[in-house]
Every structure is written in C-alpha cells, then in structure tokens.
Design a protein around this ligand. Structure first.
Ligand code: HGY
Ligand code: MN
Ligand code: MN
Length: 424
C-alpha cells in the first residue's frame, strides 16, 4: 500500500510540552485536574491544534472532545483513537497526553498523505480519566458506556462539596443533551488508544511496542473505621477503641491478600487515608481510607471483597470499633479485540518493529469503550517503569514510533468493510 508519511517527533514534543504548560504545580510534576482553570486552558489548546490539523471539533455534554478527520463514506461507523489530558496530582508529562497528542499527529499524517479512507477517523479527549477530583475515573467514557447518567453526576462530589452536575452547569454544558453521550454497539467500528506502559516490561524486554490484549479492571472501596476519640495520655491501652490501630491491621491484611494471590495481575493499594481529629495527642475516633484493587479476574476481586468484609468485622470485634465498606467502583476487565490485535501485529511486522503482547495493569478509557466497541491499545516504553510521578519519561522517538504504528492501523481499519471475527 502507498505509504503514510512518518510522524514528526518535533510536533509530538512541541504539543506535549505546550500542553504541560497548563499545570498547577510547575516544578513539582504536572497537576491538571478536571475542569480547573489549567485543564480548561489545556482543552482550548487541544481544540486549537485539532483545528490547525484540519479536524472538525465537537464536544459532548460531559466535555468529551471529538476531533474528526472526515472519510469518503461518513455514513460508516467511525474509527477511534484518543486518551486523556487530566492528571493525578504531581503527575508525569506523558500519562494520557501521549494518546491525545499522538492521535492528533496520526490523523495529521493520514490527512497529509492524501490516502483514501472510507470511515471517519476520530481522536477523542475523554473527560476525567483520572479519579482525582470526583473519586471515580473514566467519567467521560463511563457516560459513553451508559454507566454514568446525568442524574449520577449529582452524586459525584469533590472535596469542596461541589457535584459534577453543578460544575457542568456552571461551565454551560447542556444537560438536556447528556443522553446523547451514550454509544450503542455498532456506533464505533473500533478503537485503538496509544498510551505509555506505566510499567517496565517493554524496557526489560528491550521492545518498543506493546500490543494490549486485556485491561485489568479497578475496584475502588472506601473503608471507614469508627472508634472512640480520647486523650492519648490518660487512656490506658486495654480500654482504648483506637480507630487508627484497627485501620492499620485491616490495611496490613488487605496488602497480604493481594501479595499472596497467585494471580500476578492482582494488586491492592491504600493510597489515601484521613484521620479524625488528626492531632498528635488524641486517639483517633475515625479513620477513612481508600482501597484501589486491580485484577484481570473479576471473580477473584469479588472473593477479596468478601475476605475484606470478614477481616473488618473480626478486627472490629477485637478492637471494639465499627467498620463500614463502600464500593465506589467495581469494573469488569476488558478483553481486546482479536482482529485489531492481528492488524497491529501485521503493521508492526511491516514496519519491522518488535512488539510484546501484554495485559495492562493500569486502567484506561478503552476499558469503558470496550463495552460498545472492539478495542486494543498500543503501549510505548516508560523509563524505569515510573509513572504517576514527576520523573515519568518516554523518549519522543518512542512515541513517534508508536504513532507510526497507530496511523497505519487506523488507516487500515478505516477502509475495512465489516467487523471481522469480533470477540464480543
Ligand atoms: O489508575 C489508573 O490505572 C489510571 O492511570 N487512571
Ligand atoms: Mn493515570
Ligand atoms: Mn492514563
């Protein structure tokens, strides 16, 4: 086939650096939280770049941004790529940005190569992939999958007590159109997301391309431990109902459950913990902490939740505290589409790039897209496997190489007639 022009490293580097100028913590990593001033400016920048590349730009009622490269047969269902531009606090420069900037560059080279493609090709900026502001991730793709309704946005509350619903209203999003966000099977022909690996497997193997075969899914819990707030000096040990001591025993138990699992994709993290009243000389009356669990096996996550309930009740009885567990999210693992994986293997072979088939430990918007469309992902190496950290790094040459695989894959898919061997 006539060749697509190569992606330009310079474009990728410039866009990622410019995008990361919109940052609340310069010098201490990137912090760009959903619908804050910096994130809104970043959105504007991306829309400008999409237009400069010649894409039609639209936005839906939860702020998912769609940059469309028109095909010759726009009635066919489109091919998607894309990722996110919001971050965890003090993040690195590449998590999410790689797939948005890389997607725009892929569409640019397809357009400028003048090669015919039937289907529209769209690069999406998914709203709020990170759970940073509202405690739940993938809000934009979740709404596309029908997992988040307009009413549901009234129950997502940030640390200032503001609901997502209120934030959307204040920004002028039209809640009458919220129902139009939802996608049905068949609305999207297929989706390929470019993302940094966020682990060190590619680096260890000396390979530059990962082809994702499945995504481990998150289960997020909030556990509250209620004891008795008392004087740290005057209260003898035997009569204490110390919420912190009890919480610590539960946390160690949870860590042990994940560590002793024989499933390498089973991981559990307590990343946030609040202590009340939080004074050095007061026995904590209440402790609240988050549990972020991941596995490619949904049943195993169910079993671990049961074990956590049994452990919490037992520790509660022993320590004389009350425990409660709230399930914030409980997602199904996503299996990539065999046909798209085959297409990408063929593209890597033709571009003479060694690849590694792999499961993603991190979740991505593609996990929700998989509910209505076939998907896979392209990983590019993370130096030292570092991510969700200011030292996160991926060579721009490696991103360019991933974009070249992405561009050719999108072009092939955009000229495919029907869904071949889909693993629905
Ligand atoms: O946590 C994750 O896996 C993703 O980076 N939000
Ligand atoms: Mn992330
Ligand atoms: Mn990400």
């Amino acid at each position: 086939m006539a060749h697509i022009k190569p992606a330009l490293v310079e474009n990728i580097r410039k866009d990622i650096e410019n995008l990361n100028m919109y940052n609340e913590t310069p010098g201490e990593g990137i912090t760009r939280i959903l619908f804050t001033e910096q994130e809104l400016k970043a959105r504007k920048y991306i829309k400008k770049r999409m237009r400069e590349v010649g894409l039609e730009v639209e936005e839906d009622a939860i702020g998912n941004i769609y940059g469309t490269l028109k095909g010759s047969n726009p009635r066919l269902s489109p091919v998607w790529t894309g990722s996110h531009i919001d971050t965890v606090p003090h993040a690195g420069s590449f998590d999410g940005m790689t797939g948005v900037v890389g997607g725009i560059e892929a569409l640019r080279v397809i357009k400028e190569s003048g090669l015919r493609h039937e289907r529209n090709i769209q690069v999406i900026v998914f709203t709020s992939e990170e759970p940073t502001r509202f405690g739940k991730g993938c809000l934009g793709s979740r709404a596309m999958a029908g997992d988040l309704t307009r009413n549901g946005t009234n129950y997502l509350v940030d640390e200032d007590g503001k609901t997502l619903s209120k934030v959307l209203d204040e920004l002028g999003y039209n809640n009458e159109q919220f129902h139009l966000i939802k996608k049905e099977k068949g609305d999207v022909y297929g989706c390929v997301e470019l993302h940094i690996e966020q682990g060190a497997i590619l680096e260890r193997l000396g390979k530059k391309i990962g082809i994702v075969t499945a995504i481990s899914a998150p289960t997020d819990l909030i556990i509250e431990v209620e004891g008795t707030q008392e004087h740290a000096g005057a209260t003898p040990m035997p009569v204490r109902r110390d919420a912190m001591a009890a919480a610590a025993k539960i946390i160690i138990g949870i860590e042990g459950m994940a560590r002793t699992s024989d499933n390498p994709s089973m991981v559990a993290t307590v990343g946030k913990l609040d202590v009340f009243p939080g004074a050095t000389n007061v026995i904590p009356g209440m402790v609240r902490f988050t549990v972020d669990m991941r596995s490619d096996n949904f049943k195993e996550k169910e079993q671990i939740i049961n074990k956590i309930e049994v452990l919490s009740n037992a520790i509660g009885d022993i320590e004389g505290v009350k425990t409660s567990i709230r399930i914030v999210s409980h997602e199904y693992p996503a299996v990539a589409d065999a046909h798209i994986v085959e297409v990408m293997k063929g593209v890597c072979d033709s571009q003479r790039k060694e690849y590694n088939l792999m499961v993603s430990g991190a979740y991505h918007d593609s996990m929700f897209v998989s509910r209505f469309a076939p998907f896979s992902m392209i990983f590019v190496p993370s130096r030292g496997g570092i991510s969700h950290h200011k030292d996160e790094w991926t060579d721009y040459e490696d991103i360019k190489s991933g974009v070249d695989v992405l561009a050719e894959t999108l072009l092939i898919m955009s000229n495919e007639k029907e869904n071949t061997e889909r693993n629905e």
